[in-house]
Design a protein around this ligand. Structure first.
Ligand SMILES: [Fe+2]
Ligand SMILES: [Fe+2]
Length: 413
C-alpha cells in the first residue's frame, strides 16, 4: 500500500510583499498554516507528501516582466520564500515532491527545486511530477520535455504498471470557469492516460474549489482544493495492492485562533494619501499600533477614484506596488480585502469568485477571522460605508477630515 498526502496551492507571500488580491487566499498566513500542517502530516505518516503547484503568489509584475517594478528585489524575495517552503518540506522528515504552478516564477523555483526528483518509486508504484506551464491565452499545454516524458511513459506501460501523475493544471473532470483551468490538450492527455495499459492516478491542483475523483478507463483523476483558503483542506490517497484507490479530504479548520478582535482599516486616506496610492509617512506606525492587541486587515475599495480605470488585475498591480513600496520588512497586516460597491460589480470584468462588497464586508471579514461582527472595528473616512458597517453590527468610530492623524486613528481603534 502507498499513502500519498496531497496539499496544494499555498500562494505564499512572506519575504514577498503584499497579499493575493482574493481575501480568502491567506498568502501571509500560510507559514503558520504550514506549521499546523506539520503536526497533521506527522500523525498521518504518509509515504509521500505531494505539493502540486502555486507554492508562491509571485506578484504579476514579475510574471509579466513589468520593468517599472524593482524586479530584482521581487526575485530575491521569491527565492527566500521558496527557501521557506523547502525548509518546511525537509523538516517533515519524509519523501516529498513539488512542481510549479502558474503563480510560481520558474527561474526562482528552479534555483531552489530544480534538482528535486521528477520521479520517485515506492514498491510497484512510480510517482511522476510533470512541470507544465501556461501558454498563449493562459492555457497550459503538456509540450516539450514534459510531453516527451509523458509519451515515453505511456508507450512503455504494461498491464502491471502502477503510476501516479502529479501536475498543476486540470485534466479531468471538466470545470466551468471564466479562466482556462484545464490543459488545452486535456482531451488528448485523458485519452492517452485512460487507454494505456496498467493503472494511473492523476492528481492536480490549480482549481481552488477542488473536484471529486472521476474514473476514465484505466485512469482516475482528481483536483485537490487550495490549502491557502479556509478551511485549509488537504487530501490523503491510499493506493492498495489490488490497484484500488481510496481518497479522503481533511482540513485544518479555522484560519485564526479565537480571542482577538479585528480592526479593519480602509486604505484610502488612512494608509495612503487621499486620491492616490502614495503611502502616508506614518502608515507603518499606524499598522504597528493597531496590531498591538488586534488582528488587522486592510480594506481597499476597488471603486476609489485612483483605481476606477484599472481592470481586476490592474487593481492587484496597484496594491502590489503599494505593499512593495511600503517595504516588505514592515507590518503588512494579515489580510487584504479588495471590495466592491454595495450594489456589486461596478461595470468592469471581475473574476468568477464572489468578491466582497461594502454590504457584506463586515460579515465576511468577521467570518474569516472567526469573530462576531460586534468584535470588528471598521476605520474609514467614508460616511456611507460607516453607516452600512454599523448596520452590520461593527463598531465604526467617526474619523474626521480626509486624512485623520495617526493619533486620532489609533485612539479611535
Ligand atoms: Fe492556485
Ligand atoms: Fe494555479
Amino acid at each position: 500500500m502507498l499513502k500519498i498526502l496531497q496539499v496544494t496551492d499555498f500562494h505564499l507571500r512572506q519575504a514577498l510583499a503584499g497579499h493575493n488580491g482574493h481575501v480568502h487566499r491567506l498568502s501571509r498566513h500560510v507559514p503558520q498554516l504550514l506549521e499546523a500542517m506539520t503536526r497533521r502530516i506527522a500523525d498521518e505518516a504518509p509515504d509521500l507528501v505531494a505539493v502540486t503547484g502555486d507554492l508562491l503568489d509571485v506578484p504579476h509584475a514579475l510574471l509579466d516582466g513589468d520593468k517599472s517594478y524593482d524586479l530584482k528585489t521581487i526575485v530575491q524575495q521569491s527565492l527566500a520564500d521558496y527557501g521557506l517552503v523547502r525548509r518546511w518540506l525537509e523538516g517533515l522528515g519524509r519523501p516529498w515532491m513539488v512542481l510549479p504552478g502558474n503563480h510560481d516564477y520558474g527561474p526562482a523555483f528552479d534555483v531552489v527545486f530544480g534538482t528535486s526528483p521528477e520521479v520517485m518509486r515506492f514498491g510497484e508504484v512510480a510517482v511522476h511530477a510533470f512541470r507544465d506551464w501556461e501558454q498563449a491565452g493562459n492555457q497550459a499545454l503538456r509540450i516539450g520535455p514534459s510531453r516527451v516524458r509523458f509519451e515515453h511513459l505511456l508507450e512503455n506501460a504494461t498491464e502491471t504498471s502502477r503510476e501516479v501523475h502529479l501536475q498543476h493544471f486540470v485534466i479531468r473532470p471538466h470545470v466551468d470557469y471564466n479562466y482556462p483551468l484545464l490543459y488545452g490538450d486535456s482531451d488528448d492527455i485523458t485519452a492517452r492516460a485512460a487507454q494505456a495499459p496498467g493503472r494511473r492516478l492523476l492528481l492536480s491542483g490549480h482549481w481552488h474549489g477542488g473536484t471529486p475523483m472521476v474514473t476514465i478507463g484505466h485512469a482516475q483523476s482528481a483536483v485537490c482544493p487550495a490549502f491557502c483558503e479556509p478551511p485549509h483542506p488537504y487530501r490523503v490517497f491510499e493506493l492498495a495492492a489490488d490497484g484500488t484507490v481510496a481518497m479522503r479530504q481533511e482540513e485544518l479548520g479555522r484560519s485564526f485562533a479565537p480571542g482577538r478582535r479585528l480592526v479593519l482599516i480602509d486604505r484610502a486616506g488612512l494608509l495612503t494619501h487621499s486620491g492616490g496610492f502614495a503611502i502616508r509617512e506614518d502608515a507603518a506606525a499606524i499598522l504597528d499600533g493597531l496590531s498591538a492587541d488586534a488582528h488587522v486587515a486592510i480594506a481597499s475599495a476597488w471603486h476609489e477614484p485612483e483605481s476606477t480605470a484599472a481592470p481586476w488585475r490592474g487593481v492587484q498591480h496597484l496594491h502590489d506596488a503599494f505593499f512593495e513600496a511600503f517595504g516588505a520588512s514592515k507590518n503588512q497586516a494579515e489580510a487584504l480585502c479588495i471590495y466592491l460597491p454595495a450594489e456589486g460589480a461596478g461595470g468592469r470584468r471581475l473574476p468568477a469568485e464572489r468578491i466582497t462588497t461594502e454590504a457584506d464586508l463586515i460579515e465576511r471579514m468577521a467570518e474569516l477571522f472567526g469573530v462576531a461582527p460586534a468584535e470588528v472595528t471598521f476605520l474609514t473616512t467614508n460616511a456611507a460605508r460607516r453607516a452600512i458597517a454599523r448596520h452590520a453590527g461593527a463598531r465604526c468610530p467617526d474619523l474626521t477630515g480626509p486624512e485623520p492623524t495617526a493619533a486620532e486613528i489609533l485612539a479611535a481603534s
